[in-house]
Ligand binder design. Structure first.
Ligand code: EPU
Length: 311
């Protein structure tokens, strides 16, 4: 998810929503349940859900929202977020089908931020590029992966990023990878990722595919990839694994409503049916408290919370 807005004040956003719908050249959906657009399958309605029809209209919608300070978020595959049961007061922009280009360069590729990470890794294998095999099986878009500095198996997105084009304050700006402050699962990147250029090494396709298969097998064995989750819930504390710690507390299988600590990997919360965002967050708090009480470690969230949560 690319976060681009601020919280809605007591502002009448109806005129802005009408304008967005006009610019998007596509009927927008009011009160669209975000549970339909997140991998966790929880979340209340967004004021407005919009999927611009063309790249130009998408750029215009983003620019309008940024310039007019209309609260908005860009939701890709909805894979790393938990949306509040009360939903989101603002516009949710879906860029599916926009910014999906892919072009092979001499020492890497250039691709759109809306391309899915899984399509990207498949294309890279086909084109004989190594460097992103670790990303196999991670749901989400390339833009989302850059914005959250996604990673696995000791590598992360920042390692391959040469440059990116972001939409910020209504303008397209180029940032080189080394000018972006990246840290573990974080990128200080104001705005929305439209395009990225990745530095990669050439390698035989069969070798790239072999590595991808190995990583995918590991993922299938250790993570609940077929269930409704938002990925790893907590960041790993330095030198340890949040999953290992939570497991060692005996918390696997703990449930709050339909939200359950995965039996396969304790750093995943599964929507086992009928979970609510409130239930997921209550389970998160229970885990945090238990871990803090017994080990003194304060687990930090890796997933992003969208909307209002009562604390
Ligand atoms: N472990 C347990 N019980 C569990 C889970 C893990 O004992 O329930 C133990 C494992 O046996 C292993 C150690 O903890 O000895 C580490 O586990 P694992 O290899 O699964 O890695 P992780 O540190 O839990 C990290 C990333 C994952 C990434 C994997 C593989 C974070 C928070 N997690 O998990 O990323 O896929 O390594 O590289 O950085 C994500 O970012 O959403 C994510 C899932």
């Amino acid at each position: 998810m690319n976060r681009g807005g601020q919280t809605a004040q007591d502002r009448d956003l109806a005129p802005a929503y009408r304008q967005i719908e006009r610019i998007a050249q596509q009927a927008a959906r009011p009160d669209e349940p975000l549970s339909r657009h997140t991998t966790m399958r929880v979340g209340g309605p967004a004021d407005l859900w919009v999927k611009p029809r063309t790249v130009t209209s998408a750029l215009d919608v983003l620019s309008f929202c940024q310039r007019e300070s209309v609260p908005h978020i860009v939701l890709g595959k909805g894979s790393n977020v938990i949306v509040s049961d009360s939903g989101y007061r603002g516009a949710v922009i879906n860029l599916a089908g926009c910014f999906c280009r892919y072009r092979r360069l001499r020492e890497g590729v250039r691709c759109g931020g809306g391309l899915s990470l899984s399509s990207l890794v498949r294309k890279l294998a086909g084109d004989g590029f190594s460097g992103l095999e670790w990303a196999v099986g991670i749901p989400g878009t390339v833009g989302g992966a850059v914005a959250t500095n996604a990673g696995a198996h000791g590598a992360e997105m920042s390692g391959a990023l040469k440059r990116t084009v972001v939409m910020t304050e209504g303008e397209q700006r180029v940032r080189t990878g080394d000018a972006i402050p990246f840290s573990y699962r974080e990128a200080e990147l104001p705005g929305v990722v439209l395009e990225v250029e990745l530095s990669l090494e050439e390698a035989p396709s069969d070798r790239v595919l072999e590595t991808m298969d190995r990583f995918m097998d590991m993922r299938k064995e250790t993570q609940p990839i077929r269930e409704r989750t938002a990925g790893c819930v907590f960041k790993n504390p330095p030198g340890d694994s949040a999953g290992r710690i939570i497991d060692s507390m005996g918390l696997k299988g703990t449930t709050v409503g339909g939200a359950k600590v995965s039996e396969l990997h304790a750093n995943f919360i599964v929507n086992s049916g009928g979970a609510t965002a409130a239930g997921v967050v209550a389970l998160i708090e229970l885990i945090r408290e238990r871990v803090a009480e017994r080990t003194g470690t304060q687990l930090e969230l890796e997933v992003q919370l969208v909307g209002d949560f009562v604390r």
